[in-house]
Design a protein around this ligand. Structure first.
Ligand code: FAD
Ligand code: SF4
Length: 502
């Protein structure tokens, strides 16, 4: 029926529906839309606000962080053993993290789907069987290839270095239509060009009668006789958006899509016990390299993310282009005081490239004292050894392209490194905590599988042992992917929705 806000509502809210979907991000919006289009009555509950393109155009990055990102972007894992502290960013808004993506779209690699089919008891997920779901999602997301004429100079320089080092970049595919290349993707698109799910999916659900409620935090799934019968929580209508009036939704089916960070917490709070719940979270730990060239690079001109390399897939590394607003890059430049100013002044000459590790699940989501979880991450030995490799690969590629100096993601480094200093630098001997590491891809904390003892949900996203309760977000992916996950999450969510409607 409509987009509704509970922000100013003081009276309790009670609704009845066929299906209630908790979370409006990549997974939740997909399930809600597919079911609404099949004639189901759908209610979507989202704890974030609804923010539109006009708002994105008005807000500077520091404002977006407050309004669109969870905890202003400061969420992080607690490192265990020789692991880095990983800054894990997520969206908290109608559209979820989908709203803050760089728009990069990958299908799940066939090798990963084969592994799910073979080793996780999921023959339904073999590549040929998943192809129709990817086709369907790509059609609605308007996935297009970023041709090299839209690559930034920063990306072309990395490609020149790649060619000299024996590999080449390939064009990325993105869910955009009419992208102006303004580089604001991670703060929400002011041009309505990025087809995040708040634009590409939820309006279609609403057109079919779905209600999408913002400022609604779900605290628990209501159970009766081993069956999910709805959810309860609070409207975030108190002072400064704190919990206010009571929220109850009666539903025949419940779908949790709160992300791999929050879905396991909600399941636990609702009485679901399973030894795999909240465990083996993968993150795709990511690193970025800055490089200074003599020429004016002006890396902000062109598509923010446009190319990648899978040349090091066998080593578990994927390299992906990126560029972020200069104010944010400035804050990450080395040095303090005058040295920092000197480096930040060279912004026009800076190029940037990133890379991520196809990691084993080392994360565990645990209940914290309040609403927020404690999340610890023990990096597997194999992945730990990949950190210096990815840093060297990124730096060497820029140096091969003629960079004067590079700025590796090492905390405490006071200046850039020229080629000699970079090659001499003991990255292998550094403690993991010295590396600046971030993730945008938490996955796998309520994974699907064929074996009830090893997985939290069955192949159709049904929580084992509870009728009427489904999960359809990044939690259900059984392994990391080695590529950006939004399309995989949406393809799996599409499959779950189609199976639900029978
Ligand atoms: C900065 C950034 C850039 C990214 N770029 C890319 C990219 O270019 N390509 C790509 O493929 N992927 C990208 N990703 C990752 C991608 O966005 C996520 O993997 C995907 O959106 C996750 O989908 P999800 O459904 O699991 O969770 P989300 O999309 O995060 O949605 C979960 C929603 O649930 C809400 N919620 C949580 N708990 C509750 C509760 N108790 N009650 C009500 N609501 C709740 C949250 O507020 C949130 O809106 C990026 C992510 C980030 C953060
Ligand atoms: S770069 Fe393109 S998709 Fe990204 S915010 Fe700008 S116009 Fe939107």
């Amino acid at each position: 029926m409509s987009f509704e806000s509970a922000r100013d509502r003081t009276a309790p809210l009670t609704l009845s529906t066929d299906v209630v979907v908790v979370g409006s991000g990549a997974g939740g919006a997909t399930v809600a839309t597919e079911l609404a289009q099949s004639g189901w009555r759908v209610v979507v509950l989202e704890e974030g606000a609804r923010v539109d393109a006009t708002d994105h155009g008005r807000m500077r990055p520091s404002e977006s962080l407050r309004h669109v990102w969870r905890d202003g972007g400061f969420t992080a894992t607690i490192p265990v053993g020789d692991s880095p502290v990983i800054n894990v960013t997520m969206g908290k808004v109608v559209g979820g993290s989908s709203m803050v993506t760089g728009g990069v779209c990958f299908r799940t690699p066939d090798a990963v789907l084969d592994e799910w089919a073979r080793e996780h008891g999921l023959p339904e997920y073999a590549p040929a069987k998943m192809a129709p779901y990817f086709d369907h999602v790509e059609q609605h997301l308007r996935v297009e290839t970023v041709t090299p004429d839209r690559w930034s100079r920063s990306t072309h320089l990395f490609d020149e270095g790649a060619a000299k080092s024996g590999f080449r970049l390939k064009s990325l595919r993105r869910n955009t239509e009419g992208c102006q290349g303004c580089g604001q993707c991670n703060f929400g698109c002011p041009e309505k060009a990025k087809m995040s799910v708040d634009l590409s999916y939820l309006p279609r659900a609403v057109a079919k009668g779905a209600e999408v409620w913002s400022h609604c935090r779900v605290e628990k799934v209501r159970m009766r006789g081993g069956r999910a019968v709805g959810v309860e929580g609070r409207l975030l209508s108190g002072p400064n958006g704190r919990p206010g009036a009571k929220l109850i939704v009666h539903a025949k089916k419940v779908v949790l899509a709160c992300s791999a960070w929050y879905t396991p917490l909600l399941l636990r709070r609702s009485g679901v016990r399973h030894r795999a719940l909240g465990k083996r979270m993968t993150l795709h730990p990511g690193f970025r390299m800055l490089a200074r060239f003599d020429e004016e690079v002006e890396g902000w001109k062109g598509a923010m993310q446009s190319a990648f390399s899978d040349a090091f897939e066998e080593e578990g590394l994927t390299l992906v282009s990126l560029f972020i607003p200069v104010s944010v890059i400035g804050a990450t430049m080395p040095g303090i005081g005058p040295a920092h100013v000197r480096n930040a002044r060279r912004m026009r000459h800076i190029a940037m490239f990133g890379g991520m590790i196809h990691d084993e699940g080392g994360g565990v989501v645990m209940r914290g004292p309040g609403r927020e979880p404690f999340v610890r991450y023990r990096m597997a030995k194999r992945d730990r050894a990949r950190i210096p490799r990815i840093v060297r690969r990124l730096g060497e590629t820029f140096l091969a392209a003629g960079a004067r100096e590079v700025y590796p993601p090492v905390l405490g480094l006071e200046a850039g490194l020229d080629a000699d200093a970079f090659r001499r630098f003991d990255f292998e001997g550094l403690a993991a905590r010295r590396f600046e590491c971030s993730s945008q891809h938490p996955l796998g904390t309520a994974r699907i599988g064929g074996d009830e003892r090893q997985s939290v949900c069955d192949a159709d996203g049904r929580v084992w042992g509870v009728d009427g309760l489904h999960v359809a977000d990044g939690s259900v992916l059984p392994t990391s992917l080695g590529v950006n996950p939004q399309e995989s999450i949406m393809a799996v969510a599409t499959r779950i929705a189609w199976r639900m409607r029978g």
